[in-house]
Design a protein around this ligand. Structure first.
Ligand SMILES: *Cc1c(COP(=O)(O)O)cnc(C)c1O
Length: 378
């Protein structure tokens, strides 16, 4: 069986965990957390990076930082993971779903402005497959209407848009280090803060609503409850694992890009034969090979393709059920405009197995996929 995902280890993880163990500092915000945060700040160029338990936690912190009131609206794509919406719903806000672009499957920036109402407070974009949204147009709309921008950058570490790292555009951005992402710590994430006005409060929310960070820097003489908050910081064992991954992040990404290029080349003849559509990466976006997806002609073809691959023991999958048509989305969200691309593309998308080390099994994957394509067109 060729699995869909297999976590890649650099070989330095256990050494760093052993160092954390020897340091005797196991709770959060120790030396490894600082090492990871500094790496993120220097690599992405954000004002401040704070490690969290997950991207979901970072999105929840972002929603808290915006001080959303019940009924406030956040514009976002429907074609995304549930946490993009849930983080805001937890604050009583309403996700307003707009359609995606046909080429990148990212939010269609041309449909955002029409969805703005007096209740709109923010735009939450998702860099699908690590390919940047049209951040120039999106930041211009947000500035014109006085809205916050949050980047759900779960998939976009080390990608750029017009030469600038994803995660450096919005007021806030959220990264994921879940084991299905490019750089991992099992579960893990980070909140990136580009708006300097939000840094101090972000530290408070992450430390159970206390001014503990200021206390440790000697800026106040006692620490106390000052705001709402929760516990969002990972322990040092997790940060040590992550440090090993981040330090080899560029090399890991390079190997993923080579794998992506092999898939793209294999898929070219099948695209020419009308059997599928390959991913489209605009020239001004440098991607990080988060995934290799393909678009089959319709739902029936996808179902046949996936079942044949399962029979041939190749772990391909599909995602997402669009949020606007999921029970939670119907209950808590609202749609603006047509959802034609979201509905259509989500029924046709297939994600192929993708992990560092799959290079050695690509022949098997390509043979199986070629056969499965023939089946679904028979
Ligand atoms: C993976 C993912 C998340 C959630 O990340 P966790 O770290 O598992 O919380 C959120 N949004 C998108 C777009 C994702 O791909």
């Amino acid at each position: 069986m060729i699995p869909f995902n297999k976590p890649y280890m650099t070989g330095c993880e256990l050494d760093y965990i052993q160092q954390a163990h020897a340091n005797g500092h196991l709770s959060g915000d120790g030396p490894f957390t600082h090492r990871c945060q500094t790496w993120l700040e220097q690599t992405i160029g954000c004002q401040k990076a704070l490690l969290t338990h997950s991207c979901t936690a970072a999105l929840e912190m972002a929603a808290m930082l915006l001080d959303l009131q019940p009924g406030d609206e956040v514009i976002m794509p429907s074609y995304t993971f549930v946490s993009t919406a849930n983080a805001f719903v937890l604050r009583g806000a309403v996700p307003v779903f707009v359609d995606i672009r046909e080429d990148t499957l990212n939010i269609d920036e041309a449909r955002i402005e029409a969805a703005i109402t007096p209740r709109t407070r923010a735009i939450c974009v998702v860099h699908y497959a690590g390919v940047g949204c049209e951040m120039g147009a999106i930041m211009a709309i947000a500035n014109r209407h006085g809205l916050y921008v949050i980047e759900d950058d779960a998939q976009g570490i080390l990608s750029t848009y017009r030469g600038r790292p994803l995660g450096s555009f919005g007021h806030l951005a959220a990264l994921s280090f879940h084991e299905t992402k490019n750089l991992i710590s099992g579960e893990g994430g980070a909140l990136l803060i580009n708006d300097p006005r939000l840094v101090e409060r972000a530290e408070v929310l992450r430390e159970k609503g206390t001014n503990r960070s200021k206390f440790f820097r000697g800026q106040v003489d006692k620490y106390t409850w000052v705001d709402i908050g929760s516990s969002y910081l990972p322990g040092e064992i997790v940060a040590a694992f992550l440090a090993a991954q981040l330090e080899q992040g560029v090399a890991i990404t390079k190997r993923r890009l080579d794998l992506w290029a092999s898939y793209h080349q294999w898929a070219e003849t099948h695209e020419s034969a009308g059997q599928l559509r390959r991913p489209i990466v605009p020239a001004h976006c440098v991607q990080n090979a988060h995934m290799y997806y393909m678009l089959l002609p319709d739902l029936a073809a996808r179902t046949a393709f996936l079942s044949e691959l399962r029979r041939l023991e190749v772990g391909a999958v599909f995602h997402y059920v669009p949020l606007h048509s999921a029970p939670g989305g119907v209950r808590y969200g609202r749609v603006h405009g047509s959802m034609d691309h979201t509905d259509n593309l989500s029924e046709r998308l297939v994600r192929m197995p993708f992990w560092v080390g799959l290079e050695d099994h690509l022949g098997t994957v390509f043979d199986a996929a070629t056969r499965a394509l023939e089946t679904c067109h028979a």
